[in-house]
Design a protein around this ligand. Sequence first.
Ligand code: DC
Length: 212
Amino acid sequence: MVIAIDGPAGSGKSTVARMVADKLGFYFLNTGSFYRAYTLSALDRGIDPLDREKVLENAQSIRLSVKDGAVCIDGKDEEARLHTPLVDRYASPVSADPRIREMVNETVRSIAKGLDIVTEGRDTTTVVFPDADYRFYFDASPEIRARRRMADQEGSDYEAVLAGIIERDRMDREKAVGALKIADGAFVIDTSLLTLNQVCEKVLNALQSPSA
Ligand code: DC
């Protein structure tokens, strides 16, 4: 079974997807981690992450896999290095290349084969798993998402964090391929005023209904 959740950064989908996966005993697959891994590898090798051809060439020369829930590059667990400010900043332009997207989609689908999974990202309900058994779209206001991000990053400036979120939303929504959008028939949850447990409850309740 595939449960897919899309939504903008900070909408709570990662944490809730993990909670739902834990509750159901499903495998959790974060698709953004693969874009982050290609970005990290390019940065590690001194490649300009905006140089599409070099980033692609590098991506084709490495192998991404998942071990115990952690993304590995050529077999090495790199999960802990996927969330630096530099990777945050460049994962979006890297993910805008349709050729990189196709590589990530193939990797994700092959990992998911035969498994019960909860997956999340920007296009898991529209492109990666359009036939997922259950599809969700999480949203929250940019201001709320900025406050959530502030809680994770000590000493950060609210206006700067908010501007960053608005800019990432724009890039995610304007991508030529794999843009963030609400899939037809997806179950939409506005997480702005909900706790993570309440969102998790809503997802679990929706799984009881055939229309999710
Ligand atoms: O969810 P995240 O912040 O870890 O995602 C990292 C980047 O990858 C982000 O810029 C959006 C992009 N992404 C995407 O384009 N498609 C996905 N399915 C998942 C993430």
